[in-house]
Design a protein around this ligand. Structure first.
Ligand code: FNR
Length: 192
């Protein structure tokens, strides 16, 4: 079982990204245990707060460290990532020298109702992940275009081809987590 910390870049009730994340959690049962990380209680980043880290930040950083992998499920806001997600990412890197993200296997997916399906936002997020040292799954990219009824009230994907595609994506992510974890362990042994 792979423990995955999930970061959804939308706080709103009825978020289609929350819905997609829940559908993935259901589809991946047996391979993954998803923990949905709360982002709404994080204060806006302020370096003055670093001397006495807010409890919500400490909690989030602990959830990252405890996870085998991280998964970002995010909308695109104005061709980039939502501020709520960037805020969480920045807190996770601080204070200096205490980057909680380092070495974590990770993946990015997202959904919008529009045909570009978060491609521009995901590209921004990928470039940020490089400096965090999150080891990102490259393929398949998932630009999920939400249409009415595609995910039903039970968080099931109603279209067979879409469901099979997401099952394939999750299988690749599982293998990726295992491979990166083995690699990071070897690096740790050489350093120790
Ligand atoms: C959007 N939306 C949007 N969609 C898109 O495909 N590209 C974009 O650049 C943007 N920009 C944007 C900015 C802001 C501030 C908002 C609120 C929305 C639309 C967006 O895809 C849509 O609202 C989704 O429903 C947002 O995802 P959640 O919140 O439902 O998960």
């Amino acid at each position: 079982m792979r423990n995955v910390a999930v970061f959804v870049g939308s706080l709103r009730n009825g978020s289609i990204n929350q819905k997609l994340a829940k559908a993935l959690a259901k589809l991946g049962r047996g391979q993954f245990a998803f923990t949905f990380v709360e982002l709404g209680d994080l204060p806006m980043f302020n370096q003055d707060l670093e001397a006495n880290l807010p409890s919500s930040v400490v909690r989030m950083k602990e959830e990252i460290v405890a996870a085998d992998a991280v998964l970002f499920v995010t909308p695109e806001h104005n061709r980039s990532i939502p501020a709520v997600l960037k805020n969480a990412i920045d807190w996770g890197t601080r204070p200096w020298g205490q980057n909680s993200w380092a070495g974590k296997p990770g993946s990015i997916i997202g959904t919008s109702p529009g045909n570009v399906g978060t491609a521009a936002g995901q590209a921004h997020l990928r470039s940020v992940m490089t400096v965090l040292d999150v080891v990102l799954l490259g393929q398949p990219e998932v630009y999920f275009v939400t249409t009415p009824g595609l995910i039903d009230d039970n968080d099931d994907i109603t279209d067979d081809a879409t469901r099979q595609f997401l099952e394939g994506y999750l299988a690749r992510f599982a293998t990726w987590i295992d491979q990166v974890t083995q690699y990071e362990e070897k690096v740790r042994q050489k350093v120790a």
